[in-house]
Design a protein around this ligand. Structure first.
Ligand code: GDP
Length: 354
């Protein structure tokens, strides 16, 4: 079985700390660059296994024993991005798993509920990152990156306070139909949502958050991540005209591979376009960049899961959120064209009847 990286989306109320958490995950990883660290994709950051191992420390031991070890994770960088906020994609959701960020002192807020509704409707599994633990009144700063250890170092009253805040979340989630528990008390990760107290600011709890995420994907998402017999597809994040490149699309490749000689099949507002990429481009690491205009590296092939850029003059007018198919021959071009056309028709019927 060949398993790809899970695509991880970060959702939550504004100011709950989504961006800070992403920065923390990336920042910590940057230190691990020597060991083959983070690479910036378009709209995503790729964390290879080595980096996750380094971040999780001893927690990784258990994950390593899995028969279905994921080759890293792809975290979507743009938490506010429409495509990854509504997570809609043909065949379910563009993300495999999500982190729902909740401010520990504020609990559930309007957009937390909205995010949860989306996760529910797209059937996306998630973990709750109960963020800003360092802001709990009286919280003692400690050196450890592990939240279980940091909690032990708090006064009893602070531990009680945190427990109360966790149970507030458990209560809210239970009204919404979910069973949940602090991750260190979860008995069955399949039926209970894990709540991981963290601080994006200090980084405490991030190792546990990552190891819970990776553990869940390795145990329960194999089928989704298995790359045997998956049709190559991606989702368009953005289309824009770029100096020196012309029309480009930023795409997350969800399954399969794309080669430069393949054709891509994607919908415009009122037509299906079939085009061969002029180039497939990956951002260059900073240390490889001599000229800032020379930001991208043309590559012959991209494998999922990955964020990349396609240059092709025909991409103009493609809408964000569109599914993009990869066709190897004329039969596949015809198949995907038909598929998109029937989808366009059904959208048309929907808007007419509503
Ligand atoms: P977003 O809107 O969800 O992306 O939230 P941001 O990451 O922009 O964070 C909102 C504010 O909360 C910023 O001022 C952050 O510095 C602050 N913040 C985020 N995480 C933490 C945390 O763990 N502890 C503390 N004390 N502040 C945080």
């Amino acid at each position: 079985m060949q398993i790809r990286q899970p695509i991880v989306a970060v959702l939550g109320h504004v100011d709950s700390g989504k961006t800070s958490l992403l920065d923390r995950i990336r920042g910590t990883g940057v230190q691990g660059r020597e060991a083959g660290g983070i690479t910036q994709h378009i709209g995503a950051s790729f964390l290879p296994t080595e980096t996750i191992k380094e971040m999780c420390g001893p927690l990784y031991k258990k994950l390593e024993q899995s028969e279905n070890k994921v080759p890293g994770i792809l975290v979507i960088d743009t938490p506010g991005h429409e495509v990854f906020t509504n997570l809609r994609s043909r065949g379910g959701s563009a993300a495999d798993i999500a982190i729902l960020v909740v401010d520990v002192n504020r609990g559930f807020q309007p957009q937390t509920n909205e995010s949860l509704k989306i996760l529910q409707s797209r059937k996306v599994p998630f973990v709750v990152a109960l963020n800003k633990c360092d802001q709990i009144s009286g919280w003692r700063k400690s050196e450890t990156p592990f939240i279980t250890q940091a909690i032990k170092e708090q006064d009893a009253s602070i531990q009680t306070d945190l427990d109360q805040k966790i149970y507030d979340v458990v209560g809210t989630l239970s009204i919404l139909g979910y069973k949940s528990e602090a991750f260190y008390r979860v008995e069955d990760f399949k039926s209970e949502i894990a709540i991981v107290p963290i601080s994006a600011r200090s980084g405490v709890g991030v190792p546990e958050l990552l190891s819970v995420l990776v553990g869940l994907t390795q145990q329960y998402l194999q089928k989704r991540l298995d790359q045997d017999e998956k049709e190559p597809r991606g989702i368009v994040l953005e289309v824009k005209d770029e100096v020196g490149l012309g029309q480009t699309a930023n795409v997350i490749l969800i399954d399969g591979s794309i080669k430069k000689e393949n054709s891509i099949v994607v919908a415009k507002r009122d037509a299906v376009i079939v085009t061969k990429p002029k180039a497939l481009l990956l951002p260059k690491p900073l240390d490889e960049m001599r000229d800032p205009r020379d930001k991208f590296k043309p590559v012959p092939q991209i494998d999922a899961a990955a964020g990349f850029k396609i240059a092709s003059p025909e991409l103009e007018g493609v809408l964000p959120g569109s599914t993009l198919y990869v066709a190897k021959n004329t039969e596949e071009i015809a198949k995907y064209t038909k598929l998109i056309e029937s989808e366009m028709k059904s959208v048309f019927v929907d808007t007419e009847t509503n």
